[in-house]
Write a protein that binds this ligand. Sequence first.
Ligand SMILES: C[S@@+](CC[C@H](N)C(=O)[O-])C[C@H]1O[C@@H](n2cnc3c(N)ncnc32)[C@H](O)[C@@H]1O
Length: 291
Amino acid sequence: MSIHAMYHLILERLSRHELARVPEPDLVMQNPSRNEAFTKVGSEDGLLAFLYFYHALQIAPVVKPGDRVLDIACGPANQLALIALLNSDAHFVGLDASANMLERAAITLAQAGVRNAELVSGDMTALTGIADDSMDCVICTMSLHHLPDLTALAKTLHEARRVLKSDGGFYFVDFGRLKRAGTQRFFAEDKRRLQSENFTLDYLNSMKAAFSVNELADAVALMGLDFEQYATSLASFMVVFKSKNRRVLDDATQLLVLKMYGQLPTVQQQSFQSFAKWFRTGGLGLPCELF
Ligand SMILES: C[S@@+](CC[C@H](N)C(=O)[O-])C[C@H]1O[C@@H](n2cnc3c(N)ncnc32)[C@H](O)[C@@H]1O
């Protein structure tokens, strides 16, 4: 972790302030050029490839072979593609309200050679068309901050619970709202020279729109299921709410994980290691040894 990052994290830790939430200007992401920028950073050779790989790895033990898994607000499916590849014996349904994102998602899945996923158009606050208790697992990555308010957040978690079997698994990850505008700007702009202006703006908007950790935890608790909660240490830059793991990764999956990790560029492996250590000091270890 850089000295700059540490400086901001310590100030964040010491701050007593609470920043007000500023909802996303684009709730459902319909803008093609901003969507393109978002898709690019999460793609195989994008700036955030390590982050998508990290969450795919954390999600893998929550999913069992034969599961039917709903990815709420899947966006361009960068996350979904990796998870589907790591859990080839499960079937995935990616849902999003943006037609443009679903078009991108179809391309991502086809390019990655994913055969165990389908895409549907839908609103995460009202999962109409998805039956009660029909999913073995529900995931939602970096999308809850796209909801307009706490009522929509509660509705989404209520719907997630409705479609999920009572012994099902879940994994929700999102930013936690930081306390300082300076820390928000730091994260959004740290790699400014390597990312498009559209993405820098999108990143800053996301940080501002994040729910607080307590708001997220209260909403997840409404599901009435046991859950584990983790945050990056010193500051809740990112927060994970998950069910207990439902399987131990078998040898074949671990080999695949190692292969996928080996395919990340060195700089991405370094980012992965640094991020994994940051989350580990917040309590969330990796499900298998990688470095
Ligand atoms: C920041 S993206 C995250 C996408 C993906 N989960 C990922 O990790 O890359 C947020 C997504 O939420 C979608 N979205 C926003 N509001 C929604 C709603 N009410 N129902 C379904 N999708 C929604 C947006 O269209 C966008 O694709």
